[in-house]
Each structure stands twice: as structure tokens, then as C-alpha cells.
Design a binder for this molecule. Structure first.
Ligand SMILES: Cc1ncc(COP(=O)(O)O)c(C=O)c1O
Length: 345
């Protein structure tokens, strides 16, 4: 296997307004080119983050003969579908357990192409991947790295480049994937990597080739959102502040907030039917919609309501939410402590 296939050269990467602006210009001009150069990195824009994962992972894996996929156990369904469609051997490493990942890498044929797949920020528990440790292992064992930044891009890093930017790991990661939804409030997804890799993906990825391009209005909206979040730190600071306040108010109300390092605030229910009932009661009695999260999205026994405050949720709204949750917890006689809290005692 030539080196350039096993391990493409590193590149600097920055999600930038330039990328979407250039893309938009091309679309407005009616051109069919859909990839954009930003600094040294290339973007392949897809119709959603889901599609970019599914088609990106499966295409990259198919292009690398006999590729071994090493996927974190809690990766998103879109990544799982990408792995499934790749049709090559996969190994699942225990969530965020880099010792386990190393065991698998050590046992693999050193000459075999390997692709490590993880998210930077996991949306159900709000925990963060040890990106530098994963990159250390990738370098030691000659593996490529693919990181989904869907829940972090726009929200973390001094320019909203995600956890990889925050942790100074961008230049060490081979493929970054993200969304133009979530923080950017639009629609669309992308895969970013070096020019060779993106050129290969765009030439073979069915999820890119056989579907309609994003319309110019969406590209314009995404451009405006990226341009704003690249320079405005207010939303990121306020977002963290709101998440911290929400956690503290829910703790004070003795609600079973599960530990989380980020803006994701899971509240433990521990029963699938009551989880759905809690969500229904919040909506019918209090006008608050929070999705119930049940198996298979989370393991049985860890059913939860998952709350993600925005920068625009003020103190009054957070207090009202806490009161509503307390009322629902009382009505359903739900436990006030999560398994993690009990275990720690
Ligand atoms: C980790 C992760 N990756 C990818 C996606 C898909 O992104 P999009 O909503 O842009 O399709 C999601 C969606 O919620 C997600 O949670």
C-alpha cells in the first residue's frame, strides 16, 4: 500500500465563511462544481450531516482496499450506516476507551489501511472524545482519523471550529465532518479533508453525486451564520453560561441531572414509558417540548430527557422549566437520583 493512500499528508483546516461563500457563488453562477478549497483543506458539501457521514464513511472505506473500520461504540446512527454500507470489516471500541482502541490497533495487520471513527462531542451524554490521545494512536499505528463535529461546530473553539479547534487538534485529524444545522441553524453537511481525499470522495460518493445540491438561499443563510459565529464569541460564552445555570438550577431542585462536560444536559428517568409520559406532560401541562430518549438511542435503564439550552434561554425560562420538571417528577413519582449519582455515594 503506498504511503499516500495509507496516510494522506496532514492539512490545516478551518471551517470558514469563505467555503460557503465560494460554494454559493458557484451555485448562483449555475456551475456544477460543488467542492471548495479553503486554505489547504477541501470541503465536500452534502444535503445533510447524516448524508455526509453515511456517504463519506462508506466511500472512503470502499476506496481503501481491505480497510479496517474502528468505530466508537456510541457513534451516531449516520456513522453506523456509513460503516454498514462500507461492507468492510469493522471493530467497535468501547466508548472513549483509548486503551481498548490501542488493543485493536495493535492486533491489526500493520500494512492494512485503518480508519478510526469517533465524534468529538457525544450528544446523549455530553462527553468529549480524547482527540489528542486518539491522534497519537492513529499516528503510532498508521491509521486515518474521521471525527464528527456535528454537536460542536459553531459552539466550541475560538472561531467555532469545534472541539478539534478548541483542543488544538485540527491539524492532526484527517477527516472532519460537520453540519450546517445545529449551531448554524440551516441545513446541510460537509466532509473536510485534503484535496486528494475529497477529490476521491466526490468522484465516487453516491450520496453526493445522485442528489440535488443545496439551494442558494440555504447557502446564503449558512454563510451568514458561519460568518457571524466565526467572530462573535458572545453566543458561545452565553451558551456555556446557560448550560451551567440550567445544571445548577436543576441540581438545586433535586432533579437527577446526569454528569456532562458540555452544553448537553441529560436528566435521568430510567423507564421508557415514564420517559414518554414525562415528555407528554411537559407539553400538555406546561407547553414545554423535550424529546424522550429511550432505547436503542441510549441503553435500557438510562432513559432520559435531554435538554440543550440555547444562548437565548433567559433565567426566567430556565426557572420555569425547573418548576415544570419538578411538577412532572412529582406526578409520575420519578426518582430524584440518577444511577451515576447513586453509584458515587
Ligand atoms: C452526531 C451526529 N452526526 C450527524 C448528525 C446528522 O446531522 P444532520 O442533522 O445535519 O443531518 C446528527 C444529527 O443529529 C448527529 O447527532
Amino acid at each position: 500500500m503506498p504511503d499516500r493512500v495509507r496516510k494522506p499528508p496532514r492539512q490545516t483546516f478551518q471551517i470558514g465563511e469563505d467555503a460557503v461563500a465560494a460554494l454559493m457563488a458557484k451555485l448562483v453562477q449555475g456551475a456544477v462544481e460543488k467542492d471548495v478549497v479553503v486554505h489547504d483543506a477541501w470541503f465536500l458539501r452534502c444535503t445533510s450531516g447524516y448524508v455526509s457521514n453515511e456517504t463519506g464513511i462508506s466511500t472512503i472505506a470502499k476506496l481503501l482496499p481491505n480497510c479496517l473500520l474502528l468505530s466508537d461504540a456510541l457513534n451516531h446512527n449516520s456513522m453506523i450506516e456509513g460503516v454498514r454500507k462500507a461492507g468492510t470489516e469493522k471493530q467497535i471500541w468501547r466508548h472513549n476507551d483509548t486503551d481498548h482502541l490501542e488493543q485493536l490497533l495493535r492486533a491489526a495487520d500493520p500494512d492494512r489501511p485503518k480508519l478510526i471513527l469517533c465524534e468529538s462531542l457525544y450528544s446523549m451524554d455530553g462527553d468529549v472524545a480524547p482527540l489528542h490521545r486518539i491522534c497519537d494512536l492513529a499516528e503510532r499505528y498508521g491509521a486515518l482519523t474521521y471525527v464528527d463535529e456535528v454537536h460542536a461546530v459553531g459552539m466550541y473553539g475560538p472561531h467555532g471550529g469545534g472541539i478539534a479547534e478548541r483542543d488544538g487538534a485540527v491539524a492532526r485529524i484527517d477527516i472532519l465532518e460537520g453540519t450546517l444545522a445545529k449551531a448554524f441553524g440551516c441545513l446541510g453537511g460537509y466532509v473536510a479533508a485534503n484535496a486528494n481525499l475529497i477529490d476521491a470522495v466526490r468522484s465516487y460518493a453516491p450520496g453526493f453525486i445522485f442528489t440535488t445540491a443545496l439551494p442558494p438561499a440555504i447557502c446564503a443563510a449558512a454563510t451568514a451564520a458561519i460568518r457571524h459565529l466565526k467572530t462573535s464569541q458572545w453566543e458561545r460564552d452565553r451558551h456555556q453560561d446557560r448550560a451551567a445555570r440550567l445544571k445548577s438550577v436543576l441540581h438545586a431542585a433535586r432533579l437527577p441531572v446526569m454528569p456532562s462536560e458540555t452544553h448537553i444536559v441529560p436528566v435521568h428517568v430510567g423507564d421508557p414509558e415514564k420517559c414518554k409520559m414525562a415528555s407528554d406532560l411537559l407539553l400538555s401541562d406546561h407547553g414545554v417540548y423535550i424529546q424522550p430518549i429511550n432505547y436503542p438511542t441510549v441503553p435500557r435503564g438510562l432513559e432520559r430527557l435531554r435538554i440543550t439550552p440555547s444562548p437565548y434561554h433567559d433565567d426566567g425560562l430556565i426557572d420555569r422549566l425547573a418548576e415544570a420538571l419538578v411538577d412532572v417528577w412529582d406526578q409520575l413519582k420519578l426518582p430524584r437520583q440518577s444511577p451515576q449519582i447513586l453509584a458515587a455515594e
